[in-house]
Design a protein around this ligand. Structure first.
Ligand code: GAR
Length: 220
């Protein structure tokens, strides 16, 4: 499975993918990392892993449509089967998204459909939720709304700051993103007609597994 990763900054999710065993275990080939920002720190990490990098500055284009068209041309030059948004902080046009229907995935730092958009960790703390987390989903034209493939939940602690909560969530992003890419490579992920995801995998799910928060001793 040929994969192109799109980034805008730090690239820690990209790093988790490049440092996973996906190349050997699932025949995943990371063929290029493309950033819309020349100073994205992730570009150095990708190069250090021997992955070709490209910069396509969105500022060089007059509008969203022309940038997305140029981006798709670069991606398609690598004959990508799957495109991964790993902290790619751009809203994509419907034309672009449709072109990669069911081949374009994103990680979002919240348990969608809760907290789409920005500042998810501060908003989760302000809302008083006891569980927060991250979602890997297929991208559809509506922002942060596509078919959900996998989620990881973490507790929200009483003394959390947006930064401490973000760090806890990020550790789980780094776990579920490679997992999902492996499932895609094995053909285990199917999108149903109703827009939800069915996982065809040879392992059972523990129906009683739960992360309870707060987990303080109870009277019972
Ligand atoms: C990650 O937390 C990712 O979930 C978030 O940006 C961060 C990128 O970090 N993405 C979004 O908010 C997209 N809606 P990284 O560059 O270290 O992977």
């Amino acid at each position: 499975m040929r994969v192109v990763i799109l980034i805008s900054g730090r690239g820690s999710n990209m790093r988790a993918l490049l440092e996973s065993d996906l190349a050997s275990s699932a025949s995943v080939e990371f063929v290029c990392v493309i950033s819309n920002k020349a100073d994205a720190a992730g570009l150095q990490i990708a190069a250090a892993h021997g992955v070709p990098t490209e910069v396509l500055e969105h500022r060089a284009f007059p509008d969203r449509a022309s940038f997305d068209m140029a981006l798709a041309a670069r991606i398609d030059a690598y004959q990508a089967d799957v495109v991964i948004l790993a902290g790619f902080m751009r809203v994509l046009t419907e034309v672009f998204v449709r072109h990669y229907e069911n081949r374009l995935i994103n990680v979002h730092p919240a348990l969608l459909p809760a907290f789409p958009g920005l500042d998810t960790h501060a908003r989760a703390i302000a809302a008083g939720v006891k569980l927060h987390g991250c979602t890997v989903h297929f991208v559809t034209p509506e922002v942060d709304a596509g078919p959900i493939i996998a989620q990881a939940a973490v507790p929200v602690l009483a003394d959390d700051t947006p930064q401490s909560l973000a760090a806890r969530v990020l550790r789980q992003e780094h776990r579920i993103f490679p997992l999902v890419v492996g499932w895609l490579a094995r053909g285990w992920v199917k999108v149903r007609a109703n827009g939800t995801v069915a996982l065809i995998q040879d392992r059972s799910i523990d129906a009683d597994a739960a992360l309870i928060s707060p987990s303080a001793p109870s009277a019972n």
